[in-house]
Each structure stands twice: as structure tokens, then as C-alpha cells.
Design a protein around this ligand. Sequence first.
Ligand SMILES: *[C@@H]1O[C@H](CO)[C@@H](O)[C@H](O)[C@H]1NC(C)=O
Ligand SMILES: *[C@@H]1O[C@H](CO)[C@@H](O)[C@H](O)[C@H]1NC(C)=O
Ligand SMILES: *[C@@H]1O[C@H](CO)[C@@H](O)[C@H](O)[C@H]1NC(C)=O
Ligand SMILES: *[C@@H]1O[C@H](CO)[C@@H](O)[C@H](O)[C@H]1NC(C)=O
Length: 463
Amino acid sequence: MESKYITLSFFIFFLHFITLSNSKSIVKNLPGFDGDLPFTLETGYIGVGEGEEVQVFYYFVESERNPSEDPLLLYLTGGPGTSGLYPFLYQIGPLSFNFENSWKNNITLELNPNSWSKAANVILIDLPVGVGFSYAKTWEASRSSDSIVALQSNEFLRKWLAENPRFVSNPLYISGISYMGIIVPKVALEIYNDNERGNKPQLNIKGCLIVSPLTDKFIDFNSRIEAAHRLALISDDIYKATKETCHGKYIHNDPENILCANNLERVDECTNRINFSNILEPLCDETNMKPTCRVTFFLKCEAANIFVDAWTNNKDVQKALNVREGIIDKWEYTNTSIRYYLDKEDTIYYSYNVFSSIADHQQLLAKDCQVLIICGDHDMTFPYVGTEKWITSLNLSIESQWEPWFVRKQVAGYQMTYAQSRYSLKFTTIKGAGHSVALYKPEEAFVMMDRWLASHTYSSSSL
Ligand SMILES: *[C@@H]1O[C@H](CO)[C@@H](O)[C@H](O)[C@H]1NC(C)=O
Ligand SMILES: *[C@@H]1O[C@H](CO)[C@@H](O)[C@H](O)[C@H]1NC(C)=O
Ligand SMILES: *[C@@H]1O[C@H](CO)[C@@H](O)[C@H](O)[C@H]1NC(C)=O
Ligand SMILES: *[C@@H]1O[C@H](CO)[C@@H](O)[C@H](O)[C@H]1NC(C)=O
């Protein structure tokens, strides 16, 4: 009798332990959405790192088409520091705000017709630690870096697949946006290498998909001057003079070079009132909320930030998402102490220790790997100009020349494909889109992703 009791209590203790380190649940309803969710949403925590001291929160949306065959996309949100909930509610996820029928304290959600979950199984995660609902159990574990995020993403994925084994054989793509261009290739490479080392289970990695990537902390920031010229923000004369006097080096330039500094100042005068997320959008900051900024799209962005904050900090929402109680004081959509900007030094929380992911891209050339790079051609954050530069530096042969691609018979952007044995890279622009491509051109972004995934999934299964 007593031993039975001990076994039972031990079992309960064990169960408790398991549910604390890894836990998942299916979310059937969410506040703001009327009725049952018409898609399968799983949320939970996966413990990674030493002693699983980092608890990674995730949102998994099953494909609404054919979950057992559709690709599996791990999507890393930029910043670093932005929560996976942001793209879930506002870019590529299954839900979005019904702006007309929402108030700060009464938010209505609606379905996103261009959700990437219409074509793929999508996992959005809160990484690095300290972002969204992810947290550390110790001070040491709360510190992170580019290379730690890459390792932890990989560990997360393996553990998640161990808990969800029915997705192990789906074609797997590592994807992400913006700063994650530094990290995505590293995660993909690690998975290829793990497979080659014979690690079990073998993951069916097919490649990566990166939106508006930061790839090289020199090339991408440096390319802004040329982008400003191509986008008609600076004149031929200013560009020529700046290029000559700075010798094409516009960041980390020689402070003694007065001519270059003067020219850069002219460039700055022309661009410092430009919204780098999308040069067509108005610039608004806290100190300057001019009425001219109150155009619809901008208002929507502002409202989205207010709504996402109000919605996520509602206790009922956290309960519905199965967030552990009492751990996060206030959810913030982005952790500003982790977020990167040009030349930001390491902080106590985060080390920006990968300068460039070009070397990782080079190593991927030897793999059976498909890469899709999507850029909004009105983005000045990481302009397509810099992306073209590092892609060219890979010395790949061109499979198809620069050409327009279409959605509803209209030019949606331009594309170009490179190939080398079993590797291919498609570079595509989306016309008129800014940095968060899916925000500005949701249908075009979805169509490109879907067509590209479909072309590889079907061609590889028919081979
Ligand atoms: C919240 O908004 C919905 C949709 O606009 C409306 O039907 C409902 O009455 C509102 N609830 C409250 C408490 O204001
Ligand atoms: C940002 O991340 C750090 C590091 O994990 C964490 O200590 C801090 O609480 C986070 N800040 C916010 C506002 O979430
Ligand atoms: C740039 O425009 C976007 C909307 O496209 C807005 O969300 C963002 O706040 C703007 N940025 C600045 C610095 O004004
Ligand atoms: C690409 O080609 C250029 C010129 O032929 C050469 O200098 C460079 O080292 C090559 N880069 C790679 C990665 O092979």
C-alpha cells in the first residue's frame, strides 16, 4: 500500500517535472475571436540550454491545407528581441486585428487571408531568451548571443520534433526576417551537419527562406548610400562625390577624411527625415507626431502596437495561451535592450558576436539546399542593394536572369535564380514593399513563399 503510494507520488512528481520543463497545449479559443479557432494552434514551452534553464515559448500553427505533407517552417523574428507573437498577429500568422471594430480594451481579431499557415506548418518562437514569454531560470542563462540563438533554435527544433514526431519527415525550412539573416543560415548549416554526423532523428532539411535579411554588418548598412541614390533620395552629383571621396566606404570611415565626412553630411540632410522601414511612409517619432503622419497605414501600425500590447497583457489572453503565471511582469513586443542597431556594442544581456553570415551561406553551397531571399524594394533598413552585393560575392552561376514575376497579371516584383549542383538560390524583390514585407504586400509575400515551396516540394517528391 505504502510503496504504491510512493510510486504514485513519485509518478506525479515526475509528471509535474515533465510538464514544467516542456509543456504544450492546443489553444481552442482566444479572447477577441468569436467561436472556435478554425485552425490548429499549439503553444507551449521547450527547455533548452544547460539544465534546460532557458524556457522557450512558441506558437505552432498547423498547415490549414495538408499538415502531414506541407513543409514545416521554423520562423525566427527579427530585432533581435521581437516576439513571435508579433508576426503571428500582424504579418504572416493566421490572425490579425479587425481595426475598424477594435478599441484598446475591446479588441476584435479576424482571420488573415494571407496567413502562411495556408501553405505550411509554421512555428514562431520567442528567442533570444528574455523575448516575449521566454525566460531564464538563472542569471547566467538569461545572457545570449547570435551563436547561442543559433544553437538554441536548433535544440528547440529537435526537442519540439521529439514531442511532435508526426512532423519529422515533412520538408523542413529555417526561415526568418531582418536580423535573423545573421542566424538562419547557421541554424540550417547545423542541421545539415547533424544529419551528416548521423544524428537521429535525421531531419528532412530542404533549405532556408529569409525576408529582408541582415547578412553582413558592413555590406548591408553600407549599401544604404547606393540605395538612396537608386531610390532618388540623393542626386547623381551627391552620390558620385560621396562615393569618390569615401572610396565606397560609408560606415567606419576614416574620421580624418573631411571631404568624405562633408559629403556624408549632405547625404544625411537628404535622408534623415525618411522612414527607413519604407521610404514611402511618413516619418513619425515620439517627439514629432505631426498631423501629416496620420495617414491610414501609419495609424494602423501605431494601432497594431497598442492593440498587441493591450491584448497580450490581458490575463485572460495569457491564460488562453497557457502562459505560466507570475513569470513575466509585462509582455513587451520587443525587448529593446536586446535590439540591434548599427555599431551597437554588446550588452550584459546579449553579444552580437556574428558579424556576417556570408561564410555560412558559402558552406550551404555544398549542401542539397534551396534558399529564397525576399526583399521589399522600398526598404532602406537593409536595402536589396546590399543583398545583391553579397549574393553576387558567392560567384554562383545564373540559372534564370532577372525578370518580373506576377500576381493577378501584375508585376509583383523581380526575381533571379542562381544554382550550383544541388544548391539553388532565388533572389526576389517585392515591388513597393518595405522592410516587413508581408505587412505592406501580404498577398505578394504569400504567393511568392507558396510558389517557391511548392516548386521544391513537388519537384523533389517526383524525382
Ligand atoms: C466589443 O466589440 C464587439 C465588436 O465590435 C461588440 O460587439 C461588443 O459589444 C464590444 N464589447 C464591449 C464590452 O464593449
Ligand atoms: C530583456 O531580456 C533580458 C535578458 O533575458 C531580461 O532580463 C529582461 O527582463 C528583458 N526585458 C523585458 C522588458 O522583457
Ligand atoms: C515608418 O512607417 C511605419 C509604417 O509603415 C511605421 O510603423 C513606423 O513607425 C515608421 N517609422 C518611423 C521611424 O516613423
Ligand atoms: C569570386 O570570384 C572573384 C573574382 O573571380 C574572386 O576574387 C573571389 O575570391 C571569388 N569568391 C569566392 C567566394 O569564391
